[in-house]
Design a protein around this ligand. Structure first.
Ligand code: SF4
Length: 286
């Protein structure tokens, strides 16, 4: 047992005992947290081809090239420390009550998912109803399209890291369906958790998905139409704003798909990923 793991275990036990003393009877614990606690030393992972099945989204994306791992994680003191830091952060975020109205309305905190060693992070604004129910960001229709975009880049969803600025679903009092955008104040309250995730992961590039996420991260309101396709900087990391996949579901014009794809080509170039001629030509008019 490593010192980092023992410290994490002690901190977790102390935290749970504190909750018990405060009469908290139920805790939402993600399966990955159990997995992290059960396996303190990450195993060597072999590069693998994605087995993700094509998704029947209402928008067509190019057939995915063979997905590649962009990082292979070997157990080292650094990877152990990263895993411990992320597990510690998760243990602090899951019971968070900083926004009482959201803590009361959420089903669970949606922490984030993916490879903590990923060179690429995708960041959206907040969980919707599907994500709130299942505890994973970007799994509704827009999320399925995001997965297809990732696969068109030659990656697999599990080789990137996906998170939102807000970890709880914005409440919708008086509404029986639909989601709402997070407010700037809500995003500011939750953003320190995202900054910690970024500090732990240390991605080489970030993609901000949509106007709300871009504004929330950069504090700009120039509009996504002007900002997309132009590299920005977020706490020292290159950040590419692009349209939210939900926008592409609403507007299926080839020209809009191409804009998002051109943004992804810039990201692939930034990460020195190979780009085939076929990939370069996606969504160009025949
Ligand atoms: S939105 Fe973020 S800061 Fe607010 S309660 Fe949820 S986890 Fe805490």
């Amino acid at each position: 047992m490593t010192d980092a793991y023992r410290q994490l275990l002690d901190a977790t036990i102390a935290h749970v005992q504190g909750l018990k003393a405060a009469s908290v009877r139920h805790l939402a614990v993600a399966p990955e947290t159990f997995a992290a606690l059960a396996a303190p030393v990450p195993r060597r992972r072999e590069p693998s081809i994605s087995t993700v099945t094509p998704i029947n989204a209402s928008i067509s994306m190019p057939a995915k090239p063979a997905a590649k791992k962009t990082s292979a994680t070997v157990s080292t003191p650094v990877s152990d420390a990263k895993a411990a830091a992320m597990a510690d952060l998760r243990a602090r975020v899951l019971p968070c009550m900083k926004c009482p109205h959201l803590a009361n309305s959420r089903t669970q905190v949606v922490f984030g998912v993916g490879d903590i060693h990923a060179p690429l992070m995708f960041i959206g604004e907040a969980p919707g109803a599907d994500e709130d129910e299942q505890g994973e960001p970007f799994i509704g229709k827009a999320g399925q399209l995001l997965t297809k975009i990732i696969e068109a880049m030659g990656l697999a969803r599990e080789t990137v890291y996906i998170a939102n600025i807000l970890k709880c679903r914005p409440d919708t009092p008086g509404q029986t369906a639909g989601n709402r955008k997070p407010t700037p104040a809500e995003m500011d309250t939750c953003k320190p958790y995202l900054l910690e995730q970024i500090r732990i992961i240390q991605p080489r590039a970030i993609v901000a998905l949509g106007a709300t996420a871009t504004d929330g991260l950069l504090g700009k309101s120039e509009g996504i139409t002007k900002l997309r396709g132009r590299w920005q900087e977020f706490h020292g990391t290159p950040l590419m704003p692009t349209y939210h996949p939900a926008y592409l579901l609403r507007n299926q014009a080839l020209s809009e798909k191409r804009k998002v794809w051109e943004d992804m080509l810039l990201v692939m170039e930034k990460l020195a990923m190979p780009v085939s001629e076929k990939q370069r030509a996606y969504f160009l008019k025949p």
